[in-house]
Design a protein around this ligand. Structure first.
Ligand SMILES: [Zn+2]
Length: 193
């Protein structure tokens, strides 16, 4: 089983929103994307993060114009965010997602490489999976997003030994029926509890 490193980031100090009040995550899709996959991504993200008890609100950037938010995270989705039946060539080196740090302060801003995620997901799909491509791809996107948000909220670039917060995940782990946030990771999000 080939594991693919999930993210690349440098966390020195992290913007940490007030967890109790909820966090809005704006999804900025720069290329083509699939509504059913986005719906599944939101559903999977909510499912993975439910134990954190943090209210998250995921919405498309296009739905959020002219509103102001106090606790805001922006994720940019680069490339073609659609998993199509026919494979296309994509450079599989490098991580699937990034988060940025500027002058030692991590910004509440991340980037997902859609081409990379589609490629990793496709490598784990077979036969009948292609009939549910949107669902499986959306599930994987939700897990990639959850992984990055755990870094952001836990103020740490550290990785867990199990579940969503592992340093590397295989394509099959990204689309498997269940992949949880480990109890230890939930604790890292609430260090004072
Ligand atoms: Zn990571």
């Amino acid at each position: 089983m080939r594991l693919v490193s999930l993210c690349a980031l440098l966390w020195i100090a992290v913007v940490r929103p007030a967890l109790g009040e909820g966090i809005t995550i704006l999804l900025d899709f720069q290329g083509p994307h699939s509504d059913p996959a986005i719906a599944e991504m939101k559903r999977e993200f909510a499912d993975v993060m439910k134990d954190t008890a943090v209210p998250f609100d995921l919405r498309l950037l296009s739905e959020a114009a002219h509103q102001t938010y106090s606790d805001l995270v922006v994720f940019r989705f680069k490339g073609k965010c659609v998993l199509e039946p026919a494979p296309f060539l994509y450079d599989e080196r490098g991580p699937m997602a990034f988060t940025y740090s500027t002058g030692g302060v991590v910004q509440p801003f991340g980037e997902v490489e859609c081409g990379k995620v589609t490629s990793v997901v496709r490598s784990a799909m077979s036969g009948g999976d292609f009939a549910h491509a949107d669902l499986l791809f959306g599930r994987a996107l939700g897990r990639v997003l959850a992984h990055e948000v755990v870094h952001m909220l836990s103020k740490s670039g550290g990785h867990g030994h199990e579940g969503i917060a592992r340093k590397a995940l295989s394509g099959s782990q990204l689309i498997s029926p269940e992949l949880h946030l480990a109890a230890g990771d939930v604790e890292r999000l609430h260090p004072h509890k």
